[in-house]
Design a binder for this molecule. Structure first.
Ligand SMILES: NC(=O)C1=CN([C@@H]2O[C@H](COP(=O)(O)OP(=O)(O)OC[C@H]3O[C@@H](n4cnc5c(N)ncnc54)[C@H](O)[C@@H]3O)[C@@H](O)[C@H]2O)C=CC1
Ligand SMILES: O=C(O)[C@@H]1CCC=N1
Length: 270
């Protein structure tokens, strides 16, 4: 399937590029139907080269020709973007914001028009069509429009509609989550090196282990806790390692880390 909607990305950084790359790979959107904008000109040119998308330095002109406006700048830059675009955005336009913490109401109030605002919390595995996205809608979006927006994100992974009051915890879980897994991978590699493996072998085995474990979780649909038990032989090597994690209260550390992410999401919230 292919859609002919024109997408305009304001902010063409890491997450926007992951989404663009996923959408183009999935063939849901043709690159010529994507227009990118960014304040960093070099980045914009690099994005155009990488994905064969169009670029626009003038936000106003690009908004006029687009069906969906993606807001993919940092939360701190959103107020400035509202000032830049609010006179060009027409009543009934569809805006998809991926900014952490920024509420649909804040966007509606800032644009000060009846614009359709969809809030999404995607994650970077969208780049390899394995993203996880939560979506919710503001006051001026119909269920049908929200479902259409969901299909965009389904092209780049899994997507689900959730209440907006769950977005802080979703941000801490799946928005930031890939970084926790990358961190674990990094630590496993470092530990293996210290324990005698060369860097290349440590990397190869750590990456495949995390990939294989993720795939197993997905394919077997067995709870993580059960899969963990299957690896753990009585009085074996895994038990020795897990006992140490438990003694060091890894569960508390993860809970505290994620509550810090929730706290920051609320702090960014407007
Ligand atoms: N990186 C991630 O894993 C995820 C990020 N997000 C959200 O996505 C948004 C973007 O994050 P990243 O892509 O990581 O940041 P980034 O820093 O890589 O990209 C943001 C881009 O916005 C540009 N920008 C700043 N002000 C602008 C303006 N006035 N007009 C046009 N462009 C402007 C910057 O030059 C930069 O290229 C954030 O709001 C973040 O909360 C959401 C989910 C996951
Ligand atoms: O770190 C952040 O604030 C963004 C939101 C979720 C992932 N990256």
């Amino acid at each position: 399937m292919e859609i002919s909607k024109k997408l305009f990305f304001i902010g063409s950084g890491n997450m926007a590029q992951a989404i663009i790359s996923g959408l183009v790979q999935s063939k849901l959107v043709r690159p010529e139907n994507i227009v990118c904008n960014d304040v960093v000109k070099d980045k914009l040119e690099a994005v155009a080269q990488k994905f064969a998308v169009a670029i626009a330095e003038n936000k106003g002109e690009a908004i006029i020709g687009s069906d969906i406006i993606f807001l993919s700048v940092k939360p701190q830059n959103m107020p400035q973007v509202f000032e830049e675009i609010k006179h060009f955005v027409k009543k009934g336009a569809i805006i998809i914001s991926i900014a952490a913490g920024i509420t649909t109401k804040f966007i509606e109030d800032s644009i000060a028009k009846e614009v359709g605002v969809i809030r999404a919390m995607p994650n970077t595995p969208a780049l390899v069509l394995e993203g996880t996205t939560a979506l919710c809608k503001g006051r001026y979006v119909s269920d049908e429009q929200l479902i259409k927006a969901k299909t965009l994100f389904e092209a780049i992974g899994k997507a689900e509609i959730l209440p907006e009051d769950k977005f802080d915890v979703i941000t801490a879980l799946s928005g930031s989550g890939p970084a926790y897994v990358f961190y674990l991978c990094e630590l496993m590699q470092k530990a293996a090196e210290k324990l005698g493996l060369d860097a290349a072998t440590a990397e190869k085995f750590a990456v495949q282990t995390i990939y294989g474990a993720g795939k197993m979780l997905d394919i077997t649909k067995t709870p993580a806790a059960k899969l963990k038990e299957i690896v753990k032989s009585p009085n074996g090597t895994t038990e020795a390692a897990l006992k140490h994690f438990e003694a060091q209260k890894l569960e508390e550390i993860v809970e505290k880390a994620m509550s810090e992410a929730v706290r920051r999401s609320k702090e960014l919230s407007r």
